[in-house]
Design a protein around this ligand. Sequence first.
Ligand code: PLP
Length: 461
Amino acid sequence: MKYISTRGKAPALSFSDVLLAGLANDGGLYVPETLPHYSKEEIASWADLSYQELAFNVMWPFVEGDIPADAFKSMIHDAYANFNHQAIAPMVQTDNNEWVLELFRGPTLAFKDFALQLLGRLMDYVLSERNEKLVIMGATSGDTGSAAIEGCRHSDRLNIFILHPYQRVSEVQRRQMTTVIDDNVFNIAVKGNFDDCQGMVKASFADQSFLNGAKLGAVNSINWARIMAQIVYYFSSALSVGAPHRKVSFSVPTGNFGDIFAGYLAKKMGLPIDQLVVATNQNDILHRVIAQNDMSRQSLNVTLSPSMDIMVSSNFERLLFDAHGRDGAAIDDLMSRFNKGDVSLNDQAWSYVKEHFDSYKVDDEKTCDVIAKVFADTQYLLDPHTAIGLEAARQCRKDASVPMITLATAHPVKFPEAVEKAGCQTPVLPEHMKDLFEREESYTVLDNSLSDVQAFVSNNI
Ligand SMILES: *Cc1c(COP(=O)(O)O)cnc(C)c1O
């Protein structure tokens, strides 16, 4: 399988090269040149497989030719070995024909483990084959950092540097990162905000001379391998409610558009998906573009669902590429128009987006109401991101006979503020994290200065 850039100028690359490159050198994102398509009969024949067996079948065409089948199977096995539920991605029913897909059974209690547990192993494999090393730099507002560290910590070919805004992540989120004490793991608390951290990572990718020849790799969802791993649970959950013999709908709490983009790909690969609902919080640019063709940037709000506090959703470019007939030059032109302040899509592109997605926005007050109501109705406690997804599912649903699955992206214990505001009790930390507040922490506080951060990185590789 070859991968091409959404901006049409960078060279087509193999899976392994895309894995290590992250962003394309023309500023675009890599997407598969063609998608595999599975017939109804083939999908139906997967109904009894384990999650890991299904994962292999769904992902194999994307890596074939680059990774041997046996090696890929064992990476998949290891990636999901320390999830705390035998089904890996279990489902819970919340109402008639309405389900929640629990994607928080991995080591850091958010869905990002699905992709990052595999990504770390894939990178380690390819780097070992090539006898190379890679420096990972990433910025986090919370969940990505810990999941990336957990995914990379066991590789002696990766050095990982995660930047978080000093004193602006929750204590659970900080401790999930800073209590991982390994020689190749570096947590940096930057005296600035999340945008400052992300800006430093972007600047470091653009000019890597401070690394003295070492190479930089990406763990955020611009990395294609993350999207690939997320396609699998759309298939597993749909199969468990009767697909492909019936249609299924999904609602997805959305920030960077990575998770829901994987659902869109599952549909293109043959899964009979009826609706795909984009659920946003007050930071609603994705809802506005789908509903009104309005992509204007507004100032960022701090909400009770911080993992969705994002203004520019980088993966949306992957969808826009399809919406413009996969014309890289058109995307290149569109992106420069966006930077000059243009805020809408042409009619044909907007119709494409509307044809595939519904959307809904939920504010903090409603989020808490939903957590409280669902708990009263079912005794099931939602995290704030999932509550937004479930409310959007209920508001956008068109056909009650089609099963509606909301992706539960995090465990409620990670977001005690929202749970308490909803009048519910914060659950206890799960067994493997019970002593989180007693564990030793290690992190370095640095000024909001690119040269300080880059000096720290180059001195530690
Ligand atoms: C990252 C994250 C999201 C948003 O996912 P995207 O792929 O960026 O759309 C939603 N909920 C939680 C809990 C997250 O950690």
